[in-house]
Design a protein around this ligand. Structure first.
Ligand code: C2E
Ligand code: CA
Ligand code: CA
Length: 596
């Protein structure tokens, strides 16, 4: 079979036509705006998308220069590039520019113009393609918005909307860095801690607590200037950062404003409450100190203010040393407890009627490897503040019981010996105390009467209901309780009346006033007389503390006081010395009573 020429011709023609159809379909159907532009810059042909984008029908397009379609501000650049293209100096160019919409608005588009040459390389016409970027720009803006929101979330406290620690750190870092270049410039941090916030949270609920924090945040924000940062640092702690504080005075002025702002009552739903804040202030100049140091110093000042019962403190070096020493001491005390480096000293208690040693008060002692003897006043209060008192108290009780049981067992005459231990206010609040006492007694095979607990008036006054409950529980177990430092607190006779006490220990300040010719002698004797009378009416015994002179001893005896304790009789002694001095003789143990 042969293929004829005309048939071949017809096929080529068909193919051409077909191809033309394809290209037209692509041209017309394209989402890109496509136009053919002659070398004079006039549109010859434009697809539907192009006409739609520029809102000009094609016959009109043919009459206006192509570059005038763009936004007037963008035309010049476009025209310059187009000239270079038709001159043959460029083969194509791409621009992002704005086009006018029918409604007068503009839209962003990417324009790509390429030059088409003939077989000899001569420029023939251009193809301009227009890509509407509106969608893409919108997506970008959305993404930027999300990013912005994400950043906000990451840097702000969700509850109050205030900057959080991260943003605060960022701003402090920038401010502290720039201080280095500005001699004399300073920044300040106010560290605020709301007082008794936990009470609100616990008693009124978290919802009310949250509302309180939000309202406080609003008031604090109002105290700060536009360049300042008010941040929530955590829980009920807020920071006001002044990147350019004129000095201490300005920081104090802001603190004053804060306190005033918190003066007005807060309306929390149906509750009206007040809140106060303790404020610590630290300042920095460009001479070193990181933002962390600054925050830590302000925190330390706040902590110091609380410790001394003040509302405000400005950080200084002495404070730093005091806090560091306390922190060091705390660490050391923890270690001392763990390593059993504490000791008990025993101070004898004698019966005034017979002169016999009936018992001893156990007093804790700590010989610090570096600082030597540390006063119990100091480390007991430290233990109270840090919660170590639980472990300390348990150790004291256990050790006192162990020593007492050993003496009772080994020394025939010590069979009736009693030891009293001091129990701190915080221990009294421990619901496990009564059980712990019972367990300790049981472990060492001691009868309940062998161990007395000395409680101070203040610990009974603080929470009378709890104290009364604990005392009654101890009473049921036949454990005796002495009221320590009596007369220095505020207990009224009526409140004492309801408490099952076994003895009152007259504070040594009154005993020391009983002496000879001192002006307080009369008052001291009067007070002791009254206390003894009160004790009689309550049916409890009386122990006089801090007896240092024979006169005091004689006066106490004359007033009918039951027991005495003090340096006149003996200093508190290490166990071995106490044993040698008082427990090795005949029973009942006596001492060199000067009045006998
Ligand atoms: P406190 O319970 O009133 O203990 C009596 C304090 O008076 C002891 O001081 C004792 O050494 C001192 N003292 C005794 N006789 C005289 C005297 O004639 N003149 C003078 N001026 N002082 C005398 P210490 O051992 O320094 O203890 C001080 C305080 O520390 C105690 O006062 C007590 O509140 C507390 N403490 C001591 N040991 C413990 C303990 O194991 N646990 C608890 N919670 N507190 C303790
Ligand atoms: Ca005591
Ligand atoms: Ca005392």
């Amino acid at each position: 079979m042969s293929i004829s020429h005309p048939r071949l011709h017809a096929t080529a023609y068909d193919e051409l036509q077909q191809r033309e159809e394809w290209f037209r379909a692509v041209f017309e159907g394209s989402a890109l705006g496509i136009s053919v532009v002659n070398l004079q810059g006039h549109v010859m042909e434009a697809n539907a998308a192009f006409q739609r984008m520029v809102s000009v029908p094609v016959d009109e397009l043919r009459r206006i220069p192509f570059v005038t379609l763009g936004h007037p501000d963008d035309r010049e650049h476009d025209a310059a590039l187009f000239r270079r293209l038709v001159d043959g100096r460029l083969s194509s160019y791409q621009l992002e520019l704005r086009y006018l919409r029918a409604d007068g608005g503009t839209f962003p588009a990417r324009l790509t113009v390429s030059l088409v040459r003939d077989e000899d390389g001569q420029p023939r016409f251009c193809v301009a393609m227009l890509d509407d970027l509106t969608q893409r720009t919108r997506a970008e803006a959305e993404r930027d918005g999300l990013e912005e929101r994400l950043r906000h979330l990451a840097l702000h406290d969700p509850l109050t909307g205030l900057p959080n620690r991260v943003l605060l750190a960022e701003r402090m870092r920038a401010a502290v860095d720039s201080l280095a270049h500005e001699p004399g410039a300073r920044c300040a941090v106010l560290f605020l801690d709301l007082d008794r916030f936990k009470n609100v949270n616990d008693s009124l609920g978290h919802g009310v607590g949250d509302e309180l924090l939000r309202q406080v945040a609003g008031r604090l924000a109002a105290c700060a200037g536009p360049a300042d940062t008010v941040a929530r640092f955590g829980g009920d702690e807020f920071i006001i950062f002044l990147p350019r504080a004129a000095g201490r005075e300005q920081a104090l002025a802001v603190a004053g404003q804060v306190r005033k702002a918190l003066d007005a009552p807060l309306q929390l739903g149906s509750y009206e409450t007040y809140t106060t804040a303790t404020i610590g202030i630290a300042l920095a100049d460009g001479t070193g100190g990181s933002p962390d140091d600054l925050l830590r110093n302000a925190d330390m000042a706040m902590y110091h203010a609380k410790a001394v019962g003040s509302v405000l403190a400005v950080f200084d070096g002495a404070m730093h040393r005091a806090v560091m020493e306390r922190l060091g001491l705390e660490t050391d005390l923890r270690a001392a407890l763990a390593r059993e480096e504490l000791r008990l000293a025993f101070q004898p208690i004698v019966a005034l009627a017979t002169g016999a040693v009936v018992g001893a008060e156990a007093l804790v002692r700590w010989d610090h490897p570096l600082h030597g003897h540390v006063s119990p006043q100091r480390f007991v209060s430290l233990a109270e503040d840090t919660g170590l008192i639980g472990a300390l108290g348990a150790w004291v009780m256990g050790e006192a019981a162990r020593q007492l049981a050993q003496w009772r067992l080994e020394l025939p005459g010590a069979a009736g010996l009693e030891v009293s231990v001091n129990v701190s206010p915080r221990q009294l609040r421990d619901p496990g105390l009564v059980q712990a006492v019972a367990t300790t007694l049981g472990e060492h095979g001691l009868p309940p009467a062998a161990l007395k607990l000395e409680l101070t008036e203040s610990s009974l006054v603080e929470d009378p209901a709890t104290a009364a409950g604990v005392l009654r529980a101890l009473k049921r177990r036949e454990v005796q309780v002495y009221l320590d430092d009596f007369g220095t607190g505020y207990s009224s006779l009526s409140s004492l009346h309801r408490l099952p006490l076994d003895a009152l220990k007259i504070d040594r300040s009154f005993v020391s006033e009983m002496d000879g010719s001192s002006t307080g002698a009369y008052r001291g004797a009067e007070i002791v007389r009254t206390i003894v009378a009160m004790a009689r009416s309550l049916g409890v015994r009386v122990v006089a503390e801090g007896v240092e002179t024979r006169e005091q001893l004689a006066a106490l005896r004359a007033l009918g006081c039951d027991y005495a304790q003090g340096f006149l009789i003996s200093l508190p002694l290490p166990a071995a010395e106490f044993e040698a001095a008082f427990l090795r003789g005949d029973t009942p143990f006596t001492w060199g009573d000067p009045l006998r």
